[in-house]
Write a protein that binds this ligand. Structure first.
Ligand code: NAD
Length: 338
């Protein structure tokens, strides 16, 4: 039995969270869910988008599954994602991009893993206008040796554990000679400790083009925060968009798993949401917990249901589709037959 914090979120969050709980339960893994409210729901109840009890729950359980949260535009509401990353020093943003047979996409058989550094550089929030007239603005991107080392090491350790063959370090060290240069220097040094894994490096602009021309030449990718932000969405696009994209934010002491997409207010409450991205985040969580077989079952069942193409949500087949609940039923039945 595992204790896991569940933040169902808002919009489509509660319905895909429920799907994910059912799908995980069908593998036989027992989880005691500590359900917590954050975001808009928490403001209504507790006047705080990130109440202390959410932090306390994750501190206790060390592991969380999160549904999407609406971030209102133009108010002072801080991003819950950024706040949680900071609070628990979740320095790894892990985003797989994998093809599913039956999903329209530019490429087949893509299987990429992106390691994005999640705490440093231009996302650290060191920015300001240089004068009262706002005539110019400045953002400072600090990259530390320790920060580079831990993200690159995480990428190589993951590759070793999962039998991956190659890690590509992505940077802009030709122009950003200090921040980019440090990341590349540290990356190459860490790579020497993993001689069985090939290591190469690419400059970010060339990398973007190479991914679009032939993603099959890559395996695991590791990069700094801003480049990782952009490239991981590019990789999702290669396999058919965000609807099937899970993600994880991982630190030394805690990990938080979620779908990459948002709260989709346009389809909330209509039984239209595709439950797969969040269920795949659930599978990543099981993998992290060492429940490899259960994780593989969920991934295989989702792949089978999508390939069969009968019990799929509207985003996967606008002409002939079922609802969130019915697609979840099909995934659960497939797992139960395994
Ligand atoms: P979105 O990802 O919510 O929706 C974009 C489009 O994709 C919409 O048409 C939506 O209907 C569709 N879509 C998304 N998920 C789907 C699913 N599972 N099944 C079927 N269709 C799906 O992006 P948005 O509209 O830009 O953002 C809505 C809200 O979500 C915003 O407040 C934003 O800040 C928030 N958001 C939260 C997270 C998070 O909590 N991790 C991530 C991204 C956006």
């Amino acid at each position: 039995m595992y204790n896991v914090t569940l933040i169902p979120g808002d919009g489509i969050g509660p319905s895909i969270s429920e799907s994910t709980q059912r799908i995980i339960a069908s593998t036989g893994i027992q989880i005691s869910w500590d359900v917590q409210e954050a975001g808009i729901n928490a403001i209504e109840k507790y006047k705080d988008p990130l109440p202390q009890q959410v932090i306390d729950s994750i501190s206790r359980n060390k592991i969380a599954l999160k549904g999407p949260l609406t971030t209102p535009v133009g108010t002072g509401f801080r991003s819950i994602n950024v706040a949680l990353r900071k609070e628990f020093d979740l320095f790894i943003n892990l985003r797989p991009a994998k093809s599913f047979i039956g999903v329209k996409a530019t490429f087949k058989d893509v299987d990429l893993i992106m390691f994005r550094e999640n705490t440093e550089e231009f996302y650290a929030g060191i920015e300001h206008y240089i004068d009262a007239k706002k005539s110019a603005a400045e953002t400072i991107g600090v990259v530390t040796r320790a920060g580079c080392e831990r993200i690159v090491r995480a990428a190589f350790e993951y590759s070793r554990k999962h039998g991956r063959k190659q890690v590509t370090i992505v940077h802009k060290a030709n122009i950003l000679k200090y921040t980019g240069g440090l990341f590349l220097e540290v990356g190459r040094k860490v790579a020497q400790e993993f001689p069985e894994i090939q290591c190469n490096d690419k400059i970010i602009d060339n990398m973007a083009m190479q991914l679009v021309l032939n993603p099959h030449q890559f395996d695991v990718i590791v990069t700094t925060n801003l480049f990782g932000d952009i490239l991981s969405d590019l990789c999702s696009g290669l396999v058919g968009g965000l609807g099937l994209a899970p993600g994880a934010n991982i630190g030394y002491d805690a990990a938080l798993f979620e779908a990459v997409h948002g709260s989709a207010p346009d389809i909330a409450g209509q039984n239209l949401a595709n439950p797969c991205a969040m269920a795949l985040a659930g599978a990543m969580m099981l993998d992290y917990l060492g429940e490899i077989e259960a994780s593989n079952k969920i991934q295989r069942a989702i792949a089978d249901v999508i390939m069969e193409g009968v019990y799929v949500t509207r985003d996967l087949n606008p002409e002939k589709h079922v609802g969130t609940i019915e697609m979840t039923d099909a995934i659960v039945k497939t797992i139960e037959k395994m």
